[in-house]
Design a protein around this ligand. Structure first.
Ligand code: GCU
Length: 452
């Protein structure tokens, strides 16, 4: 099956500038691994959870081999990987973890809402694009915010990631309107009654060092993740899911997408736009994200091969960290705290990680041979920094089969040593966050792999 997306570009004053059509091949297979019905267990949800932070208590485990087909045969050539094994693994992540993206036809339109060539005292050009997606069921708008460097002509290498607090929260610029969408409450950050207030302007700007990014001649683009699907469990009534409901359907099927899948889908719609914006070098887009949005970035890159590089920051459980280690957050814990993130089938692996047909090293392998940087923070034990590094190392064999240097080393990289192999790892002291130090690593890595 394939999803057909029609693209139309509207510029203000409204006129059709360009029209293209794109077929996104999301080949979907059906894997019948046994029907499973998840019943929310409120009694168990109330039980307290004590994470394991003791390396000696990590259980023994055997990882599924990415280089063996489901039938046990060895994947010996890159052709066998690309033609068959990659598809097998992708289908397992779709059906058992993040959920399949539905295949109904939708229309995507783009409208340039504003353009300011003098952002950041003339250092950048700022654009706001309304990405509108519509099906017979409903219409949804996502606002894409882009900063382009003014110093040199484009097209630019571009960082793309979702943000947690609305586009106005990534920048201190005063003339960007405050998002009026649903927000997670965080009063000290200016999110009150599920709405953003003026106080939230620029509240996450330390996580988006726009001036430093454009200074190095990268463009940077972001969408508020709640534009795609608000991050609370409402049974998938708002956000993008209902656009795809078949007649009579009121929630995703057990194997269909949850919120992480929807957010990843939103990143691909931004990529659709990049393909018709001549300021953006759409062959050099780096998809990245922090925490739940780091899980999202990896899943987006795994599905959509148009992304040139993937970077996950502190992505942890369901992201870069190996689930079988059960260090910090576990599958059961994440499914209970955030029942809407993954698909319903994933709940059958609560406390049964060893029965997973995949583990997270295979998510990274799906991105091969494209470069991946996994970024951790030493104090962020909840996200299991060691489990994130091990995932990279376990994906190495696939990367080498495909002719890259993989992790390029068998030794653990030191904090200060630049580390530019195709699979790279970055760790810094400190807590769960995105810092300028992280961004410097992201930019060094991306500069190395994507020459302008
Ligand atoms: C929680 C969750 C993590 C997630 C994080 C975040 O801590 O347990 O899985 O990565 O939120 O997104 O901030």
């Amino acid at each position: 099956m394939a999803t057909s997306v029609s693209l139309f570009l509207f510029l203000a004053p409204p006129m059709i500038k360009n029209k293209a059509s794109l077929s996104i091949a999301t080949t979907m297979g059906f894997l019948l691994l046994g029907a499973y019905f998840w019943i929310p267990d409120t009694h168990l949800q109330a039980q307290t959870f004590t994470p394991n932070y003791d390396e000696s208590k990590v259980p023994q485990y055997t990882l599924p081999d990415p280089l063996r087909f489901t039938n046990g045969n060895v994947v010996a050539t890159s052709e066998a990987w690309h033609q068959k094994r990659r598809q097998e693994i992708l289908q397992l992540f779709e059906s058992q973890v993040y959920g399949k993206t539905p295949s109904a036809a939708i229309t995507v339109t783009f409208q340039l809402k504003s353009k300011n060539p003098n952002a950041f005292q003339g250092k950048a050009t700022r654009k706001e694009i309304a990405i509108q997606v519509s099906s017979q069921q409903r219409v949804l708008t996502m606002d894409l915010l882009i900063y382009l460097p003014n110093d040199r002509p484009g097209p630019y290498r571009t960082f793309l990631g979702l943000n947690f607090g609305g586009n106005h929260s990534v920048t201190t610029e005063k003339d960007l309107s405050i998002s009026n969408r649903w927000m997670r409450n965080k009063e000290d950050h200016g999110y009150i009654n599920h709405r953003a207030t003026e106080h939230s302007r620029g509240i996450y700007s330390s996580r988006w060092p726009v001036e430093s990014i454009i200074q190095r001649n990268f463009a940077v683009a972001t969408i508020y993740y709640g534009d795609i699907d608000p991050d609370y469990h409402d049974g998938f009534q708002d956000g993008v899911h209902p656009l795809f409901y078949e007649p009579g359907q009121s929630k995703p099927n057990h194997d269909q997408w949850g919120s992480l899948g929807a957010w990843a889908w939103g990143l691909s719609r931004a990529m659709d736009y990049f393909q018709i914006d001549t300021d953006i070098d759409s062959d050099k887009v780096i998809v990245l994200g922090h925490s739940r949005l780091g899980k999202t970035a990896l899943w987006a890159a795994a599905q959509d091969t148009r992304f040139a590089i993937a970077i996950s920051n502190n992505s942890g459980c369901g992201g870069a960290a190996l689930s079988r280690r059960r260090f910090g957050e576990t599958v059961q814990r994440i499914n209970r705290s955030f029942p809407h993130w993954f698909n319903t089938n994933f709940k059958q692996f609560n406390n049964r990680e060893d029965t997973l047909p995949i583990d997270q090293h295979m998510l990274i392998a799906l991105i091969a041979p494209r470069p991946v940087l996994v970024s951790s923070a030493e104090e962020d034990r909840w996200a299991d920094p060691r489990g994130e590094l091990l995932s990279l190392q376990e994906a190495d064999a696939v990367y080498r089969l495909l002719g890259t240097d993989g992790t390029g080393t068998t030794t653990v990289p030191s904090k200060d040593r630049p580390y530019f192999s195709t699979l790279s790892y970055h760790i810094r002291p400190g807590k769960h966050d995105v810092t300028l130090q992280d961004w410097n690593a992201f930019m060094n890595f991306s500069e190395h792999h994507l020459k302008p």
